[in-house]
Design a protein around this ligand. Structure first.
Ligand code: E4P
Length: 225
């Protein structure tokens, strides 16, 4: 499963990219607004920081012609930009039109299998299935993800299922179990993936024992002997 970071903060992208395990970035209008920087400059900086990854950038119009104009503008900025399109009627139409023109898309705000079916039939490159927002209202967000993955495989659609609105590492585990193609998560959740108390206590014990013995990797004999 590919790991994407969901952020408009270029410093977070820089840090995640340094780990060498980052496959791409998703943004949304809220995240870009929060960054306090311009949309184009932020997205282009992210493209520079993640040289091999796809970067999703979202249209904000809700009427077809205006959405198409925005999509063309956004996709002209960089070859690795994927145009993010909300799953509304003109959005599905837009995904189909952009697909026909060779422009890659990310159908977003997808919460159900029927919505995912429409996105897949329109040719979406990614289908962003939101999990956390469903769990927030006492639903089972991951259920739609698992059913969507099964639907995509059964019917041979080419869309990649992207698990979005991830809130914690258990969502990542469940995304893996579902067979999803991508998980996108806030930087803080990505940092949580490293964490295990036995790693911390185990490392402390190794280093305490090592230093107590006076050992050094760069000396032939034990220090002081
Ligand atoms: C996906 O691409 C969205 O930007 C994102 O995952 C939304 O997450 P949220 O529900 O935490 O805002």
């Amino acid at each position: 499963m590919k790991l994407f970071v969901d952020t408009g903060d270029v410093e977070e992208v820089r840090q995640a990219a340094e780990w060498g395990v980052l496959d791409g970035v998703t943004t949304n209008p809220t995240l870009i607004a929060k960054s306090g920087k311009g949309f184009r400059e932020t997205v282009l900086k992210i493209c520079e920081l993640v040289p091999d990854g796809d970067v999703s950038a979202e249209v904000v119009a809700t009427e077809y012609d205006a959405m198409l104009k925005e999509a063309k503008e956004i996709s002209s900025w960089h070859e690795r930009i994927v145009v993010k399109v909300p799953l509304i009627e003109p959005g599905v139409r837009l995904v189909k039109a952009l697909t026909d023109q060779g422009i890659r898309t990310n159908a977003t705000l997808v919460f159900s299998v029927p919505q995912a079916l429409l996105a897949a039939k329109a040719g979406a490159t990614y289908i962003s299935n939101f999990v956390g927002r469903v769990d927030d209202i006492s639903g089972d967000g991951m259920a739609a993800v698992a059913d969507t993955v099964a639907m995509i495989h059964h019917y041979g659609f080419e869309s990649q299922v992207l698990v979005a609105s991830i809130r914690h590492p258990l969502h990542v585990v469940h995304a893996l179990e579902s067979g999803a193609d991508v998980g996108t998560m806030p930087f803080k959740v990505m940092q949580m993936l490293f964490k295990h108390p036995l790693t911390d206590s185990g490392l402390k014990r190794f280093l305490d024992d090592w230093h107590a013995a006076g050992l050094s990797i760069f000396e032939r004999t034990r220090a002081g002997r």
